[in-house]
Design a binder for this molecule. Structure first.
Ligand code: SAH
Length: 365
């Protein structure tokens, strides 16, 4: 291990030093990092202090980690780059929502690119209680929903666990975190192993547990059944968007041919295995899936389930050909669901003046 990592940035013969073995502090396995800290004159526990400062407190430079010895900090600055990605844009909307565009370098496949992380402070009475952080799991997305900006260019690659974690560090640097929604760019169930590894650290170091983390997925049934039986736990939201199989094939192309009933059965299984209720998300697209008949068919589809439907009035993305329904149509849709015995909530996107939703900042860059 020691032999593979150069002790100095520049070897004495003047040739450029090789690429660091791990990109960013959070990419290092725990024990290797402790060893490296000792080699650089620190103590093993300093490695944990640095991880906690970065991930738990959002301290984004070694100079500010004043609980580490000054000499160690100087060595770390040269030998252990703190972050793999760089923040290339920061947009603060009028409502306080902060959107970050984080750029990650190419991996062994050569592919890298930008993802969005959004820091959403609570409004009104909850002000000051810590924000919700929205994180991405993939660079691009292979699901290709025709109304969503995230998948317009397909998938570049999965994010590595440390790249998912760096979003927490960058987000925490904007202010305290109270909740996490995995609703950024990408389909979490298609990068589940890396997400799980990252969430373990979030649990351990950031201190956010299952109840505070919501993962949103289009709901690949087999993967959902596996996820229900894995750790760590989280809240589940399934993007459904329509009660009709034909339209589902159109709106969520990666699930073409999978009957909605199979997805709902996997949702029921989730509830049975985890004891946690599923939320169904429904993007309201004006003139596409927002009619009274859609609401009635959705009630019949979900009939008898203990489920919440979260209605998301569409955040218009230029050029995609969908639009947001009028507020009164949103209300009618919600009322019809409630009359059918379903708990329905309406969620308007925050930070709309800063190209808020789902891959829009990235497309603008
Ligand atoms: N791939 C995951 C996470 C996506 S983002 C999933 O599909 O669930 C979370 C939600 O935002 C999804 O329901 C997605 O369909 C929705 N969404 C995408 N683009 C949107 C837009 N422009 N306006 C409103 N919601 C959008």
């Amino acid at each position: 291990m020691t032999a593979e990592i150069p002790l100095t940035a520049e070897p004495s013969d003047g040739t450029p030093s090789p690429e660091p073995k791990y990109k960013g502090l959070l990419a290092w396995p725990k024990e290797a990092l402790e060893e490296r800290f000792v080699e650089l004159g620190g103590r093993p526990f300093h490695a944990r202090v640095a991880r906690e400062q970065l991930l738990g407190k959002g301290v984004l430079d070694y100079d500010s980690m004043t609980s580490l010895p000054a000499q160690l900090r100087e060595a770390l600055k040269i030998e252990v780059p703190l972050l793999a990605g760089s923040c290339t844009q920061r947009v603060e909307a009028r409502d306080g929502t902060i959107k970050l565009l984080l750029d990650f370098p190419g991996d062994e496949s050569g592919k890298g690119g930008g993802v969005e992380t959004v820091h959403i402070p609570p409004l009104g009475a909850k002000r000051g209680q810590g924000a919700t952080l929205c994180v991405s799991t993939q660079i691009g997305c292979p699901v290709a929903c025709p109304f969503c900006a995230s998948g317009l260019d397909g998938l570049a690659r999965n994010l590595q666990p440390h790249e998912i974690l760096e979003q927490f560090a960058q987000g925490r640097a904007q202010g305290e975190l109270r909740r996490v929604v995995v609703m950024g760019i990408g389909e979490p169930l298609l990068n589940f192993e890396n997400l799980t590894l990252a969430l373990e650290q979030v649990h351990e170091i950031v201190g956010l547990g299952a109840r505070k983390i919501t993962v949103s997925s289009v709901g690949f049934p087999e993967r959902l059944r596996q996820a229900a039986r894995s750790q760590p736990r989280f809240q589940l939201a399934i993007s459904l968007h329509t009660p009709d199989d034909d339209q589902h094939d159109e709106l969520i192309p990666a699930l073409r041919g999978t009957p909605i009933d199979e997805i709902l059965a996997a949702g029921d299984d989730w509830f049975q295995v985890t004891g946690r209720e599923v939320t169904y998300e429904y993007v309201l697209l004006g003139g596409t899936n927002d009619s009274a008949q859609h609401a009635e068919r959705l009630v019949r589809r979900l009939g008898g389930r203990r489920a919440t439907v979260n209605l998301i009035p569409y955040n218009s993305t230029r050029g995609l050909g969908y639009h947001r329904p009028a507020p009164e149509d949103v209300e009618i849709f919600a009322t019809l669901l409630r009359e059918g015995g379903i708990v329905a909530t309406v969620r308007y996107s925050r930070g709309a003046d800063g190209a808020a939703a789902c891959g829009q900042l990235r497309m603008r860059a």
